[in-house]
Design a protein around this ligand. Sequence first.
Ligand code: TXA
Ligand code: MG
Length: 332
Amino acid sequence: MKKYLDLKNANDLTKLKEIAEIIKKSGIGIVPTETVYGIGANGLDEKAVEKIYLAKGRKQDNPINLLVNNIEMVEKVAKNITELEYKLMKAFFPGPFTIILNKKDIVPNIVTANQNTVGVRMPKNDIALKLIEYAGVPIAAPSANISGKPSGTDFKDIYNDFKDKVDFMIDGGESNIGIESTIVKVIDNIPHVLRPGSITAEEIEKISGKVILDYEKINNNIPSSKYSHYKPNSKCVLVYNEDNEKMIKEIKELAKKYQNPLIVSTTENMSNYDVKNIINIGSRNNLEEIAKNIFSTLRKVDEFSADIVIFEGVETKGIGIAIMNRLKKACM
Ligand code: TXA
Ligand code: MG
């Protein structure tokens, strides 16, 4: 790594000019966003984007989204943008919202894995926005994790995984939201949610009048859906029952069948389990807190050599939908 920047508590972001220079010279590195950290490079530079695929061990048929800092930059990379697509961007940019648009030729095929569409997001993070401004180009940035593993939200985890694989690292503190953006593609003037995130289908519906949920479908327009994701090393099971007492009972019975079970419990339920290995993922009454903790928890799980990991589920409403979506994928 050539350059490390600690901007956790910084007000002055001018040091990002040095990172922008690295980006202009085809360098790659770790960039904080409000959802999860990204591993970023100049999104218009084929050679640089190729390095991202190598560093992550990402399959080349899995496209990468672009981070932008204004609508003019969206218009540089995307064409035939419809009125509804503009409306959605106006409502949710900057924020945890990625929209799939028709790509322009300026975007290299390696970014989009040869598709004619490109995902675009304007992050709500001052460091990321300033860096894009200084670099003057969209930044291609998938989540900062080795492919298949949990996304990175804690700088320490990312540091260990990537210090030898990137040119720069920016520590921006813990990711605010902790779960990746909601991905939407407008098809026949109806938004389809391809990946749930903290912007919910209800919020999208308020803008568009209609919304279609595609994320549980097998062929859901997301190229990566055929790959496993977020997987801990141990076998894992997700248990949910809307009756909390029943859920605890089910988990206890399941744990009894194993020698060395690990339970990932919510704060309120911790004292109900009589096992050696237990992790607190956050309060059931504060799903935002659970979202923030989910990926660091999925990484922590690997420190126990458990013969089974049992996750408590949460109610599938609001951001709970995205939480359950990630936990289901982890346990698939
Ligand atoms: O919050 C986020 O979106 C984070 C931060 C870093 O911005 N990024 C992120 O990137 O989660 P990644 O690459 O881990 O996930 C992006 C997903 C992948 O599943 C990819 O297959 C899908 O978006 N994707 C990218 N381009 C697409 C396209 N043109 N059509 C459909 N899906 C696309
Ligand atoms: Mg990812």
